[in-house]
Design a protein around this ligand. Structure first.
Ligand SMILES: Cc1cc2nc3c(=O)[nH]c(=O)nc-3n(C[C@H](O)[C@H](O)[C@H](O)COP(=O)(O)OP(=O)(O)OC[C@H]3O[C@@H](n4cnc5c(N)ncnc54)[C@H](O)[C@@H]3O)c2cc1C
Length: 408
């Protein structure tokens, strides 16, 4: 329980927890064994409307805010980090539209996203650029009322189940020379020339896809450009800071909670030297440390989401929460596997899954080094302003209705 949660948040958490236990948990072992991209469980999760948690009600969303979104992702990730990652990834695609979409684009896309009929992605990373977004090489060449996209993107979250890709590309000058400016586009996954590369399985997050997409001479209507020409970097950064950081924080939090649950239960049941493992002082200390990590991570995560919900400047809190929570998940899952001894390595037990999944949460929305780089910029007074301040009018929850409005 935290001071940031309201009764509505607590009751919502219970709903998501019940859903995760009945609809997600029974399928985790199958996802682990087959290691295939899941679309079925993903479909059930998004059909709950949880991609619409931060989509305003006037566009068909729930409009419950960023803390509610954090709770939903955390509770799903507690049961399956892969499905937590699935639920978080498409929210970045939605964020691009919330932040930069025209009224017409919002009315076209957001209601479908809110119901789960349409899964958007955000496709920024390339083989040769990665964390250095400005190094990207995918081009968008203006031809009449279209842009022609050429290039490829890697590690796109929900790549293989997404319906529309939020692609950032380098806009070409009229003479087709690539310019320095980036622009963002909504690219329907069924457009001619959009090709999925066969999915390359990874170490963990089995069931989630973060694969590669090729754009080969893809004609995208100019009306599907998000923001102005040259806004691409801002589109990418704003969704990464305001949605990517807190969403990955929530996935890490779910992994941490699951790790704590499994470790406490295991050490109470397992006996060594005639008493439960938990009663041995060294193990007790390690459980205390795990509890400390979990509580600190949750406080940082919820505080940052609460600030977003209240329109406060909080880029550094979002970055700090992502850094701490991911580092802690990596540390805690490693220690928990060791506390389990040989049992921690067995694939019929979840500990090794938590350990493998945790490492996947480092790179998306910026590795640990990138988070520290941003925090250093703030400490040194050379940061370039706060996205949370700039978009406060879009992230903050509307003020609660007055008694008079409720009565009307
Ligand atoms: C599970 C998962 C989901 C993802 N989802 C998406 C998605 O939905 N959309 C998308 O576009 N991308 C996505 N990504 C890609 C992710 O954003 C990149 O992996 C990340 O930006 C790092 O890029 P890279 O992997 O090319 O590593 P690189 O950028 O090559 O970095 C390699 C190493 O160098 C370090 N490094 C790089 N620059 C610096 C620096 N300036 N200072 C210090 N160290 C530095 C990094 O920290 C890292 O350790 C996802 C990745 C994963 C693993």
């Amino acid at each position: 329980m935290s001071v940031f949660e309201t009764d509505d948040h607590r009751s919502f958490r219970q709903d998501v927890r019940d859903f995760a236990a009945s609809e997600v948990a029974p399928h985790v072992s199958q996802m682990e064994t087959s290691r295939k991209v899941d679309s079925q469980v993903s479909g059930w999760i998004v059909a709950q409307g949880w991609l619409g948690l931060t989509i305003p009600r006037k566009y068909g969303g729930i409009g419950a805010g960023h803390l509610a979104k954090t709770i939903a992702i955390e509770e799903i990730a507690r049961v399956s980090a892969a499905m937590g990652a699935m639920l978080q990834a498409s929210q970045l695609g939605a964020a691009m539209i919330i932040h930069y979409g025209t009224e017409e684009q919002k009315q076209t896309w957001l209601p479908q996203i809110a119901t789960g009929e349409c899964l958007p992605t955000i496709a920024v990373t390339e083989h040769e650029s990665g964390g250095h977004v400005l190094g990207m090489q995918t081009t968008a060449r203006r031809v009449g009322d279209h842009y022609v996209l050429d290039g490829s993107k890697v590690y796109v979250g929900n790549s293989h189940i997404g319906h529309v890709h939020g692609v950032v590309a380098r806009t070409c000058d009229a003479d087709t020379r690539p310019s320095k400016s980036l622009s963002a586009f909504l690219v329907r996954a069924d457009l001619p020339g959009v090709r999925l590369v066969p999915y390359q399985r990874a170490l963990g997050l089995h069931g989630f896809s973060f694969g590669d997409i090729v754009f080969d001479n893809v004609a995208v209507p100019a009306s599907d450009r998000l923001g102005d020409e040259g806004d691409g970097l801002d589109v990418a950064y704003s969704s990464s800071v305001l949605y990517g950081r807190p969403n990955l924080t929530a996935v890490a939090l779910g992994i941490l909670q699951a790790t704590a649950d499994a470790t406490v239960s295991f050490t109470k049941k397992r006996h060594r030297y005639g008493e439960p493992l938990a009663h041995h002082p060294v193990i007790g200390q390690r459980i205390g440390r795990l509890e400390h990590q979990l509580r600190t991570a949750r406080t940082l995560a919820y505080q940052a989401a609460h600030m977003l919900d209240h329109g406060q400047a909080c880029d550094n809190e979002l970055i700090n929460a992502k850094y701490y929570t991911v580092e802690t998940a990596l540390d805690a899952t490693r220690d928990a596997v060791r506390i389990h001894g040989g049992a921690g390595l067995r694939t019929d037990r979840p500990l090794q899954r938590f350990y493998r999944d945790a490492i996947h949460i480092d790179a998306p929305a910026g590795t640990a080094e990138i988070q520290l780089h941003r925090l250093a910029e703030t400490a040194l007074g050379v940061d370039r302003g706060q996205w949370s301040e700039r978009f406060a009018h879009l992230t903050a929850l509307p003020p609660p209705a007055t008694a008079k409005e409720n009565a009307a």
